[in-house]
Design a protein around this ligand. Structure first.
Ligand SMILES: Cc1cc2nc3c(=O)[nH]c(=O)nc-3n(C[C@H](O)[C@H](O)[C@H](O)COP(=O)(O)O)c2cc1C
Length: 237
């Protein structure tokens, strides 16, 4: 972005065509050797390169692989509760937002979680064999956005959020209504090509909060405001 700013004349127009939103990562990106996908806010505000610009025009790509945000949020996704999936490696912690979480057996308590192989959290879970689920409350859309639009590969997401360690050592995020502390059942782990489906035994939980939980649909409703908030995209480009 710094170099682009250098070569654009004052008052000039910069047209950027980039793959949008890291959470839309898929096979298409692997095939095209993409390095990462981008958020509008983070591009504009990265390193304050274009912070003085006050007019942006966002042109939507009509291609099949980059659906507009409402249809991509509304169409394929069940209206699941959103969780922060946290894990640990060599003393470090990381967490990401996740909608693909479901209970699979009640006794013994087991849950399944689908995690994209490109995510840092995936590496942590694969190596440590443990993770936590922190359920998000309805007033925590900003946390879904922050943990779901930034990667621990580029920043320490826990610089601004507190946590405690669960029994497995996984981070349980402070302020979340419910949590589940889980150990991976390696016999039941399934390779889904782009994702891994981790099936896990719940080792410890606190799940009796009566606070309403945040769903995918709640998040989809608020996402445009979150995207346009420069404080929400802190990853350096
Ligand atoms: C609402 C929402 C739901 C998401 N659901 C999933 C999911 O089910 N599985 C997944 O792998 N990534 C999901 N993501 C994307 C990850 O949270 C995102 O790629 C994150 O940046 C990964 O962070 P990490 O690299 O630090 O692990 C979701 C993101 C959002 C905003």
């Amino acid at each position: 972005m710094e170099e682009l700013k250098r070569v654009v004349r004052p008052g000039g127009i910069l047209v950027l065509s980039v793959p949008a939103f890291n959470w839309l990562w898929g096979r298409h990106d692997d095939l095209n050797n993409h390095y990462r996908r981008y958020d509008f806010g983070e591009l504009i505000h990265s390193k304050n390169c274009f912070s003085e610009a006050n007019r942006y025009i966002l042109v939507q790509d009509q291609g099949v692989e980059q659906p507009d945000i409402e249809s991509s949020l509304g169409m394929p996704a069940l209206n699941s509760v959103l969780y922060l999936v946290g894990s640990t490696r060599a003393g470090k912690v990381n967490a990401m937002c996740c909608s693909s979480v479901t209970q699979v057996t009640y006794c013994s308590a087991k849950v399944a979680v689908a995690v994209n192989k490109n995510n840092l959290t995936h590496d942590y879970i694969k190596e440590s064999g443990v993770f936590s689920l922190s359920a998000l409350g309805q007033n925590q859309g900003h946390m879904a956005h922050y943990f779901g639009r930034n990667s621990g590969r580029q920043m320490n997401k826990f610089a601004s959020f507190k946590y405690k360690r669960g029994k497995t050592g996984s981070p349980i995020i402070e302020g979340c209504p419910d949590y589940y502390d889980c150990q991976v059942d390696h016999r039941a782990t399934i390779d889904l090509d782009t994702h891994t489906l981790f099936v896990d035994r719940v080792m410890d939980a606190s799940s009796d909060s009566e606070e309403p939980l945040l769903t995918y649909r709640d998040y989809a409703r608020d996402v445009r405001n979150l995207i346009n908030d420069p404080n929400m995209s802190q990853r350096t480009v």
